[in-house]
Design a protein around this ligand. Structure first.
Ligand code: NDP
Length: 459
């Protein structure tokens, strides 16, 4: 029988890779994980965690003004970017260490270095040849930016998390998750923000009611949102923040110009598969570089698996975690080998824009396509807090119900802490809850969440 250095060699120490490695080791496999950068991947270093910390910071701006209506008199609040960034970096370094010790405690060997696949069972890590029965590719993705005249003067989310100061004026390009989140953070912290989107509805893959509602709220908070607009060119001496960038815009044929110190591309992400040796090993990838896998995350090579953003299915940390656990169980859990798959239905997700957006299940549009007759329940209101804060922020909630079975197919929200709230309802949808069961659930008063069990009249 062939002997290998390890049973599993994972390439990439992000959420998915770390989780798969830990669980594989728990099931008794000899596991090593190769990472060329800091452990934790995009989520910890350049995504979810720093973004959420900065989003908290940006929320204080509104909290200070909201507090006045509740009797608080505050002095002039000032914001210090270096303090936020230093504290954020300290927390990320702590998490990097936690990831390392967690792996060490799980008896996963961490190999620091760049990994390149040689063949179905061999990986070179900074020149050192290592063999493994199975190889798991979990190398994630990276932000992309379009190429046009002067586009090199723009930055991406990776650079955003390392800016040395808050830009006075920022242009954010894109209409997806990252665009609305980073535009909200910059606006909350005090930049003058213009959001430029080539389409006409933010978060266009979500329920069609969410984008317009969010856009209206973002405009109320001071963001200049421009739809159907493309940036034709950027003129600047460099990407540095002390250089003013001159942007030529085209809004449905109308030409405008705008200046900003920071131009941030939030125009999508791509799989991290360059320089991995995938072609040499015979692993099939799509045109966009993402790895093709089957229902059990096996690539075109029997001993090589892939999970997370690199397979370009659902680019969310909890999905990568779930995929990692499936691979670990299928390969190494006694009695479970090869049995597990993963359902991509009812994946809840939140966008940490201001206000937040969260959703689970089907959009109204998909429900109509797949189920025919659906009942729609909607509610829009000003949350209790804002009756005294004076804020004009409004909250939106929506239920999509299958008219035949009465099952709640989709649940959508724009409003404060939407992610916290929708996570709980995701369990109900996962259990196949009906609208009658929602109606039979007693509300918690006074909360926003009670509205989801109080909507009685379909529109
Ligand atoms: P998205 O795919 O969500 O959005 C990309 C946006 O860029 C779209 O609005 C797209 O427009 C626009 N765009 C693409 N190419 C161009 C171009 N050449 N010129 C102008 N605009 C362009 O990608 P993100 O980068 O925002 O996020 C990637 C993924 O990461 C998300 O889909 C999500 O899965 C994950 N993520 C999750 C978060 C969370 O859980 N809170 C936070 C951040 C990211 P169009 O709509 O017309 O295609």
């Amino acid at each position: 029988m062939t002997t290998y250095d390890y049973d599993l060699l994972t390439i990439g120490g992000g959420s998915g890779g770390v989780r798969a490695s830990r669980f594989a080791a728990q099931y008794g496999a000899r596991v090593a994980l190769a990472e060329k950068s800091d452990l934790g991947g995009t989520c910890v270093n350049l995504g979810c965690i720093p973004k959420k910390l900065m989003s908290y910071s940006a929320h204080f701006h509104e909290d200070f003004s909201d507090a006045k209506g509740f009797g608080w008199q505050l002095g002039q609040a000032t914001f210090d970017w270096p303090t936020l960034m230093a504290n954020k970096d300290r927390e990320i370094e702590r998490l990097n260490r936690v990831y390392r010790t967690t792996l060490e405690h799980a008896l996963v060997e961490v190999l620091d270095g760049h990994a390149q696949i040689e063949d179905a069972h061999t990986v070179l890590i900074d020149g050192q040849r290592i063999s493994a029965r199975f190889i798991l590719v979990a190398t994630g993705g990276y932000p992309t930016q379009p190429v046009f005249s002067g586009s090199e003067h723009g930055i991406t989310s990776d650079d955003f998390f390392h800016l040395d100061r808050l830009p006075a004026r920022a242009v954010v390009i894109g209409g997806g998750y990252i665009a609305v989140e980073l535009a909200s953070i910059l606006n909350g912290l005090g930049s003058k923000v213009t959001l430029i989107y080539r389409g006409s509805r933010l978060l266009r893959t979500m329920d069609h009611d969410l984008g317009p509602f969010l856009a209206a709220e973002m405009v109320k908070k001071g963001i200049d949102v421009r739809f159907d607009t493309i940036v034709e060119s950027i003129h600047a001496a460099s990407a540095e923040l002390d250089e003013v960038k001159h942007l030529k815009l085209n809004q449905s044929g109308h030409k405008h110009e705008i200046d900003a110190e920071c131009v941030l591309f939030a125009t999508g992400r791509q799989a991290n598969t360059a320089n991995l040796g995938l072609e040499k090993a015979g692993v099939t990838v799509r045109e966009n570089g993402s790895i093709i896998v089957d229902a059990q995350f096996k690539t075109s090579i029997d001993s090589i698996y892939a999970i997370g953003d690199v397979i370009d299915r659902v680019a969310l940390t909890p999905v990568a975690l779930a995929e990692g656990m499936v691979v670990a169980a299928n390969l190494f859990q006694t009695g479970e080998q090869g049995k597990r798959g993963l359902s991509y239905e009812n994946i809840p997700t939140a966008v940490f824009s201001h206000p937040n957006v969260a959703t689970v299940g089907l959009t109204e549009q998909d429900a109509r396509k797949n189920y025919g007759t659906v009942k729609i329940f909607k509610s829009e209101f000003r949350m209790l807090k804002h009756t005294l804060s004076g804020s004009s922020e409004r909250t939106f909630m929506k239920l999509v119900v299958d008219a035949d079975s009465d099952r709640v197919l989709g649940l959508h929200m724009v409003g404060a802490d939407a992610g916290e709230l929708v996570q709980g309802f995701a369990v109900a949808l996962q259990c196949g809850a009906t609208k009658a069961q929602f109606d039979a659930t007693i509300g918690i008063h006074p909360t926003m969440a009670e509205e989801f069990v109080s909507m009685r009249t379909p529109i």
